[in-house]
Design a protein around this ligand. Structure first.
Ligand SMILES: [Mg+2]
Length: 204
């Protein structure tokens, strides 16, 4: 790990990018159903949208990426790019860690769209990691929305902030409901890292 700067490990989908908003619109089109018929109150895997008879979640996801440019056209979460710029200006090293390559045969689209999107929204980063095992990449604090990722990272002793959405309401904090809260939690974590105190996350 780079000990010269504080590293923030950032998940993209559902944290920096409004993944579920765009996927819901795409699903309505793909299923040919009214948008309102697809609940926003979804769990991880989107079982609520009953995708299985139509080929399932992975098939929708592939359509969204390859035919609707999901990773290029999704909107950012409110304040996410601006807060990342502020955190970067504090000297924090932004390390993006995403599992966007989980679907085979669309890696070129996934990577190209991701890099274009990050530039288009002027999101600062030094490192861009496409991988499932997020704990294998060092970071001083992580932010993620997937329950499995958050629990997995915490089980490894990695300090992890949950970014709130309907998939993760049951998880214990630290938790951020918006990017202003992310900013404060990350700055607090950096202060703890500097001073050696452990009040926010406890001993890990
Ligand atoms: Mg995510």
């Amino acid at each position: 790990m780079d000990n010269s700067s504080f590293i923030l490990g950032v998940d993209l989908d559902g944290v920096v990018g409004d993944f579920y908003e765009m996927l819901r619109k795409t699903a309505a089109e793909w299923l040919d159903k009214p948008l309102e018929s697809l609940t926003t109150d979804v769990g991880y895997g989107l079982d609520e949208w009953n995708l299985a008879p139509y080929g399932g979640y992975e098939r929708l996801h592939r359509f969204a990426v390859t035919q609707r440019n999901l990773f290029r056209d999704m909107k950012p979460m409110k304040d996410a790019p601006a807060v990342l710029r502020k955190l970067s200006a504090h000297g924090i090293r932004i390390r993006i860690i995403t599992h966007r390559l989980f679907i085979k045969y669309s890696h070129k689209s996934s990577i190209t769209q991701t890099v274009e999107w990050l530039d288009n929204w002027d999101i600062p980063y030094w490192d861009l990691c496409f991988m499932k095992d997020k704990g294998a990449v060092g970071a001083h604090v992580y932010i993620d929305d997937s329950p499995a990722n958050v629990l997995g990272l915490r089980a490894l002793g990695c300090r992890t902030i949950v970014f709130t959405n309907s998939t993760n309401r049951d998880l214990p904090g630290p938790r951020a409901d918006n990017w202003n809260e992310v900013e404060q939690l990350v700055l607090d974590a950096m202060e703890e890292w500097r001073t050696g105190s452990l009040s926010l996350f406890g001993a890990t």
